[in-house]
Design a protein around this ligand. Structure first.
Ligand code: NIG
Ligand code: FE
Length: 390
């Protein structure tokens, strides 16, 4: 099977802009750029803007129970912590997710994945973390893996040590994670990454180190929810463990930025979270100046329900001062790096998977410019059209 996408007005290949070009695809892989080969199928891009599929490298897309009831509290100015104390937050979602059957979880998550696809996501990471006991964390990971086997996009499963259950001491729960959860997840190969919410009131640096070091023994690669509300040395830990990424980074110090840069840890920024929590945004430009690879993701979760990576690019440009090209790079090839998938996805290069978006705009500048509508015309995954705007 071969496919030619011709009459591309502007192409962003993951790194730079190329004008007036074409992409030739064979058996789902990119074969050549700029050569109009004979093909079984032709798509005329009609001078529109074409780019790699978005890589959403940080989501909590699997959960049950929406938290729309928190909206008015947020508008009143209640903090994340105060909302949790009023019966919202992670504990509420844990209760709902524990109650949900695998079928229900799968159906609800699949709907979210479809929403992501429609908005241009062709690779998505999904974390567990709303089970908080062995049975329910495994249940979540099993569902993520079923979705991975059935979805038309790449799904990457992550085990997340998200919070300490109400009735337990943190150290005791860490023992459960290390002695029960990780061995089973490791043996059954249910997760590529292990992530920890390293934060005051969740897991401290010592506990996070213990979990991530143990996960490494089973071949799971470390990731860290770091410096979201406080700076307590989580980025330093990410650098020490050579984590694939450190995520959030609202409070990261310059010293730690230097460490992340030296260790080659990707900084995954999630601007929708400070947007809905009315907080300061991370300093993307400072991180870029330190030479850190900056990635972007939605953080889709019941606290921050965003499936659309175009909106994330818009926030990155307007609220974090990133240039459109930098933001698009962060949402594609750098995000692929955060998932250790940069050899296969995230850019339009010969030999890579043909994950391509045809956007209903003439240039990349229109992605941050046109807000509030879906700009995706076609989503191509492994050389096949999986979504087409009606
Ligand atoms: O990445 N920060 C921790 N976890 C999620 C939010 C989880 C929740 O509130 O349900 C996040 O923002
Ligand atoms: Fe998160």
């Amino acid at each position: 099977m071969s496919l030619l996408i011709k009459n591309i007005g502007e192409l962003f290949d993951g790194y730079k802009i190329i004008k007036n070009t074409s992409i030739y695809i064979e058996n789902g892989k990119i074969k050549s750029i700029g050569r109009e080969e004979k093909a079984d199928e032709i798509i005329d891009a009609s001078n529109k803007f074409v780019m790699p599929g978005f890589v959403d490298c940080h989501t909590h897309a699997i959960f049950s129970g929406y938290r729309a009831f928190e909206i008015e509290w947020k508008i009143e100015g209640l903090s994340y912590k105060e909302i949790a104390e009023r019966g919202g937050g992670i504990a509420y979602t844990v209760e709902q997710t524990r109650k949900a059957s695998k079928e229900k979880l799968k159906k609800e998550t699949m709907e979210r994945v479809k929403e992501m696809i429609k908005h241009g996501t062709t690779t998505a990471e999904i974390k567990s973390g709303y089970g908080l006991d062995t049975e329910n964390e495994i249940k979540m990971l099993e569902v993520i893996n079923e979705i991975k086997n059935n979805a038309s996009i790449d799904i990457v499963p992550t085990f997340l040590a998200h919070a300490v259950p109400k009735d337990m001491k943190a150290d005791d729960f860490v023992d459960v994670i290390v002695e029960e959860m990780l061995p089973e997840i490791g043996e059954r190969k249910l997760a590529k990454f292990c992530d920890v919410f390293c934060e005051v009131g969740y897991f401290n640096v010592e506990q996070s180190r213990k979990i991530l070091m143990e996960a490494k023994k089973y071949g799971m690669l470390p990731k860290i929810h770091a410096d979201e509300f406080s700076c307590m040395g989580c980025s330093k830990l990410a650098a020490e463990l050579e984590a694939a990424s450190a995520d959030h980074l609202l409070m990261t110090s310059e010293k730690e930025m230097e460490l992340l840069a030296d260790a080659g840890v990707v900084a995954t920024l999630l601007p929708a979270t400070p947007f809905i929590l009315n907080e300061e945004y991370p300093d993307a430009n400072k991180m870029l100046r330190y030479g850190i690879d900056v990635a972007l993701a939605t953080d889709l979760n019941p606290n921050c329900y965003v499936t659309n990576m175009q909106f994330i690019v818009q926030l990155a440009c307007y609220k974090m001062g990133m240039k459109p090209i930098e933001a698009l790079k962060a949402a594609t090839i750098n995000a692929a790096k955060a998932l250790k998938m940069e050899k296969k996805v995230g850019s339009i290069e010969v030999g890579k998977n043909a994950d391509i978006l045809i956007m209903n705009v003439p240039s990349h500048l229109f992605i941050p410019y046109k807000i509030g509508v879906n700009l995706v015309e076609k989503v191509i995954k492994n050389g096949k059209v999986i979504y087409s705007q009606q």
